[in-house]
Every structure is written in structure tokens, then in C-alpha cells.
Design a protein around this ligand. Structure first.
Ligand SMILES: Nc1ncnc2c1ncn2[C@@H]1O[C@H](COP(=O)(O)OP(=O)(O)OP(=O)(O)O)[C@@H](O)[C@H]1O
Length: 263
């Protein structure tokens, strides 16, 4: 494990028990993520991607093994607001304006009104929604709602952003647009991102590294560096290097080394 790792997972196993049935969702996961990486967790449905993210974000506990975020337990890290989280559904409060949704984590933290106003404004600039600060969530498209959710998750300046299929509910065009936005935001904030997705092309476009997980019990099958240069644009998606990486990742998902898959 590298000393520089901001996220370190050691020997994590997670079992769910209900009645006389035990499901092993994750088995013996070891993972280190360096500060500033954009890491996607990619794998078939049910391989434990969300469970792993939920363990990192202190939403559930491992049955075995340890997790360290910024050198702390996930629970301590949560209290220190080291990370923000974005889910597939934006989960905005319908009765609060966009501005007041983004302010919420700061309000909960007891930040004074003028500071949180200023911070929310800065975050809405980051996601390019300042013109909509007084709108209510129901007045926004799905993509705009997700941008508000991202602004809210970043409002307390977290060092880590956990994202669980945040673009999964969007149509293809919006999804690609938001992928570009997300890379710009990542490059502006230098936040470490852990991103769960089913989509190979999404993972390749966004990530500096892809962690491929195998089906149940979830294990890490491969860790693939995505050495396509940033900034990545719509043109990146049409390059040979992009297609080659998609092929390599697809082969890893199917458990076949890339050289064999190309034959
Ligand atoms: N609270 C729970 N109780 C019982 N089993 C659970 C629970 N949460 C997850 N599981 C099981 O653990 C396994 C991993 O689930 P998880 O949601 O982490 O997978 P995933 O890779 O994120 O799937 P998807 O891509 O479909 O969202 C699945 O078999 C799931 O049924």
C-alpha cells in the first residue's frame, strides 16, 4: 500500500444474512486510491459495487477487514466532512430552492448565513447554474438536478467525492454532456472521485483508473490505468486509443486478457 493513499481498503468482506441465508457480497477486497485519482468501480449487476461504496461512505460496515479514509475510520471521516456523496437520484428537497439545497450541508454544519450563501454561489458557478439559484428542483431537468446534487456534495469542500451511478437515470445525450462537466469539475477541484458505473464507455471516458469487479462474491478482477490524456472531449470518444481501452476493459470484465480478446 502506498503511503500517499487517501483511501485504503484491506481484506474487506461483506456478508448479508437474512433468515437462514447468507449472501457474500464482497470477498477479501484490497484497494488503495491515491489523492486526486478518478477511480471507477465497474462490474456486472450485483457484484457489490454499491456495497463497497457504502462501506467507504460509512453507510454500512464490513463484516471483516478495515477501511481508512484520510488516515481515519469512515465514521470519523464523515464527521470531519472529508467526503461528499451523489446518488442516482438527485435527492433534492423539493421545498427548498436550488440555492438553499446547496447550502444545506453547510447549514447542518452550523456555518453562518453569509458564508454559506457565498459558498453556495461559488458552487453554483462551478456547475454553471447560477441563473437557476431561485428555482425549485421540480423546475429543473434531470441533468440540472444532478448538477445541483454535485454542487451540494461539494459545498463543504470535501477531499473525496463518492458517486453511485450519478448519471444512470439520464438519457444518452445528457449523460455524455454531464460526463464532460464532471471532468471539468474534477479538474477544477482536484477532488478524489470514486465512481460506480455499469457502463464501460463511461468508465473509460472519465477515469484515470478502472477497478473491474467480478460477479458474486465481488472481488477485484483487474485494475486498469486509463492513460488517455486529459482534458478529454467529445473527440476523445472517437480515437483509436479510446476504442482500444474499451476493448481492454470489456475483456477484463469477461475475464479474458486483452491480447487474447483481440485475436
Ligand atoms: N441490504 C442488503 N441485504 C441483503 N443483501 C444485500 C443488501 N444489499 C446488497 N445485497 C446483496 O449484495 C450483492 C451486491 O449488491 P450491490 O448492490 O452492492 O451490487 P452492485 O454491483 O452495486 O449492483 P447494481 O449494479 O445492480 O447496483 C447483491 O447480491 C445484493 O442482492
Amino acid at each position: 500500500m502506498s503511503e500517499a493513499a487517501i483511501i485504503s481498503v484491506r481484506g474487506v468482506t461483506k456478508q448479508f444474512t437474512g433468515g437462514d441465508r447468507t449472501v457474500t457480497a464482497l470477498e477479501d477486497i484490497d484497494l488503495s486510491i491515491e489523492r486526486g485519482e478518478f477511480v471507477s468501480l465497474l462490474g456486472p449487476s450485483g457484484c457489490g459495487k454499491s456495497t463497497l461504496l457504502r462501506i467507504l461512505a460509512d453507510l454500512t460496515e464490513p463484516t471483516d477487514g478495515t477501511v481508512s479514509l484520510n488516515g481515519k475510520t469512515p465514521a470519523a471521516s464523515r464527521l470531519d466532512r472529508d467526503y461528499g456523496m451523489v446518488f442516482q437520484q438527485a435527492g433534492l428537497f423539493e421545498w427548498r430552492t436550488v440555492q438553499r439545497n446547496v447550502e444545506l450541508p453547510l447549514q447542518v454544519a452550523g456555518v453562518d448565513k453569509s458564508t454559506r450563501r457565498a459558498k453556495a454561489h461559488e458552487m453554483l458557478e462551478l456547475v454553471r447554474l447560477t441563473d437557476f439559484s431561485r428555482h425549485f428542483p421540480w423546475q429543473l431537468s434531470g441533468g440540472m438536478q444532478q448538477r445541483v446534487a454535485i454542487a451540494r456534495a461539494l459545498s463543504a469542500d470535501p477531499e473525496i467525492l463518492f458517486m453511485d451511478e450519478p448519471l444512470g437515470a439520464l438519457d444518452e445525450m445528457n449523460r455524455e454532456r454531464l460526463q464532460g462537466e464532471l471532468l471539468r469539475i474534477w479538474s477544477d477541484t482536484r477532488t478524489t472521485v470514486v465512481f460506480v458505473t455499469h457502463s464501460i464507455s463511461e468508465a473509460v471516458f472519465l477515469s484515470s483508473r478502472i477497478v473491474v469487479m467480478s460477479a458474486r462474491p465481488g472481488r477485484i478482477a483487474a485494475s486498469i490505468d486509463v492513460d488517455l490524456p486529459y482534458p478529454r472531449t467529445a473527440a476523445t470518444r472517437t480515437t483509436d486509443a479510446f476504442f482500444a481501452k474499451v476493448t481492454e476493459v470489456r475483456a477484463a470484465l469477461h475475464g479474458v486478457p486483452a491480447e487474447q480478446a483481440a485475436r
